[in-house]
Design a protein around this ligand. Structure first.
Ligand code: SF4
Ligand code: MG
Length: 331
């Protein structure tokens, strides 16, 4: 099937007084209709900047400095703010970590939903209000009819995030970008929100780009996973392969950090060291200072993405002429 979204060689830069920071450095991936793509990595890996670039919400002076973003066959990386506003909401919905950033504290949730619906769809006030009610019911707000006229502060954190998801769904978008949607919530609520996203994705054939630092959330929710490191794509593939048979040494280290509910054998200890800062990216592979498999080539040359179906990894161990000294570990 044709991808819904294709990101090719995306580069996001921030000019600063001390020089240009490249926050996203040549990232490529596809999202297919109705699938959940998990985007995982440590903070500063470029996850949020990738999402913000797609949705046209990069914080100035951040800008797209290269690459292409194609949604349903149409390039959206060069659109004006005005054109982007139509894509955003209409074709792409957004859910962020803090539900309060998406909600206006002064308006009832019913009014916010109704206005958003009418911004994107040609509907009467009355029809829009009926749809707002349906959406609140759909995201599991108890007593939805009585909650239409409540204000955001009258909802709990988890319920507020459900309202934000309802807002993101107003125009029936093909894609939802959810950036750490559960991080600010109680652990007990997190699973409810991720299973809600999963259900909505299934029922509406809406794709979700789920950005999180939590590999556990990805393992439970995503169909495919993209692993970012230092603004670059380290590995991308089906969730089962990435979790259980990681190709990239960094992914392998990340997997060791998932609290296991299944009886997988213990893996590599947590990776020593920390991600390099964007101002001090090492030459070659960004992971080489921490990699137990680093060799001369890793220090000198940046690895491209090597296809090792069903996954791909940016690691010299998986080049066709590479040594493949790293056996694909099996659970
Ligand atoms: Fe390690 Fe080299 Fe692979 Fe980078 S390219 S992850 S340093 S083996
Ligand atoms: Mg982030």
């Amino acid at each position: 099937t044709e991808p819904l979204l294709s990101v090719r060689d995306l580069r996001v830069q921030f000019p600063t007084r001390r020089g240009v920071l490249t926050a996203v450095d040549g990232v490529s991936f596809d999202i297919h209709p109705g699938e959940i793509l998990g985007v995982v990595g440590e903070s500063g890996a470029g996850k949020s900047q990738t999402g913000a670039a797609i949705i046209g919400l990069l914080e100035p002076p951040g800008r797209i400095a290269g690459g292409r973003i194609i949604l349903e066959g149409q390039r959206i990386d060069g659109l004006t703010q005005e054109q982007l506003r139509k894509v955003r909401g209409r074709k792409i919905g957004a859910v962020f970590q803090d539900p309060l950033t998406s909600l206006n504290p002064l308006y009832t949730v019913g009014r916010q939903l109704t206005e958003t619906i009418r911004t994107h769809l040609d509907m009467s006030e009355r029809a829009a209000r009926a749809r707002a009610l349906e959406l609140l019911q759909e995201v599991g707000i108890p007593g939805a009819a009585d909650r239409l006229d409540a204000y955001p502060h009258q909802f709990s954190g988890g319920m507020r995030q459900r309202v934000v998801i309802a807002l993101a769904l107003c125009a029936n978008p093909r894609l939802i970008i959810a950036d750490e949607p559960t991080t600010a919530l109680d652990v007990s609520i997190q699973a409810q929100i991720t299973s809600l996203l999963k259900r909505l994705c299934r029922e509406h054939d809406t794709a979700v780009m789920l950005i999180t630092h939590d590999m556990g959330v990805i393992a439970e929710t995503a169909d495919r996973v993209a692993v970012l490191y230092g603004g670059r794509l380290a590995e991308v593939g089906p969730v089962d392969d990435v979790v259980n048979r990681p190709l990239h040494p960094y992914t392998e280290g990340l997997m060791a950090c998932i609290p296991t509910t299944h009886d997988r054998p213990p893996r590599l200890a947590q990776i020593e060291g920390s991600m390099p800062s964007l101002t001090a990216m090492p030459d070659g592979c960004a992971f080489h200072p921490r990699c137990p498999h680093a060799h001369d080539r890793c220090v000198a040359e940046r690895p491209p993405l090597f296809d090792h179906a069903p996954s791909s990894a940016a690691c010299w161990l998986w080049s066709s002429e590479g040594t493949r000294t790293l056996e694909r570990t099996r659970a």
